[in-house]
Design a protein around this ligand. Sequence first.
Ligand code: AOF
Ligand code: ZN
Length: 406
Amino acid sequence: MSGVTQDDARFMAAAIRLCRRNLGLTATNPSVACLVVRDGVVLGAAVTAPGGRPHAEPQALAEAGEGARGATVYVTLEPCSHHGRTPPCADALIAAGVVRVVVSVTDPDERVAGRGLAMLRDAGIAVETGVLEEEGRAALAGYLMRQVRKRPHVTLKLAVSADGMLGRPGAGQVAITGPVARGQVHVLRAETDAILVGIGTALTDDPALTCRLPGLESRSPVRIVLDPRLELPATSRLARTARDVPVWVVAGEAPPSGLPAISPSRGEIDGAAASSPSTDTGSRLPHPISPLEGEMAGRPEGGSAARLQAAGVEILPADPYRLDALLAALATRGISSLLVEGGARTARSFLDAGLVDRILLFTGLAAIGKDGVASPCVSGRVPDGFSLRRTARYGADVFEEYERDD
Ligand code: AOF
Ligand code: ZN
């Protein structure tokens, strides 16, 4: 990286901010931004269109028109080199007569993987890469994770009371954070492809899990419930809105015998089970089923499946006890980013399986008391292997973002 200037960093920072605008809208394509700049003036700016096409570059070039000749282009991801559903962006940049291309992140897509940069250099264009790479990677985290590790990027979000609790067992939704923090959570939902909760949270909270920010209502993520016994009522808020925003229920097959039987009461499936140590089942969920007097729960009876399906709920043929396989299946379905929102048991299962990439902690002022459901993470105390990246205040609430080290 040689001739990178302060202006380059400034324009790349603007491009990275711009690309965040379409996060959650472009799957399975990444949301990429492109600026066409000449003499310090932005002549064209664009982000990958909703649905993933057109790509950012041809839109920004079209806006710049003839002004692109001799311009410098800032792009958050290496321009593509392949003939996909659109012609290569590298060709479009060459044809437009740009003289310099500044890139943040190279594209791991095997159809591109350095070829885009090579095409530009072969055409005599000056190329810089790796500019604000850390920030660029953070904005492309979902895309990169799905490309490289074939699973979505997983964010665990926890709203924790001042005394380290997530709520009260069976009490339904308890207000822990204020409206500013809740607004941030809804922004997060808008930026994410899918959101996941355990059946305990679905039953006790009856959540909608949609994005309800004015103007962003259409950006709700796919809603996923881990529900081994298919207990989600067809009358739940999730099922009732499944035709507007997809709901996927992960019911799977009956769990193999031999899994440790934990017998939480219904409200404890996510909730109070937080205080019980999670069982060592590798990347499998601890058995969340309350066996009826020792009797193993069998495959969910067809009635509830039929009722849910009639409501528009999709039942995924994935095993809710195998989180790694579930994530691989979600990636295959085009999910690049997943927000895990509850409850304690589900959070612990993802942490224990080593499948959390980022932890977002919102800590409120309210105290819940000893009978609360303990959070697996509290301010300043998260599992080893995570580092604090950012803190903020949202109203009276404290926000912390932790990222996995590797
Ligand atoms: C770019 N600019 O704005 C985006 C790119 O299915 P296709 O043909 O649209 O190709 C998808 C691939 O294109 C995707 O995997 C990634 O390599 C690239 N995305 N590239 O030059 C863009 N969104
Ligand atoms: Zn392209």
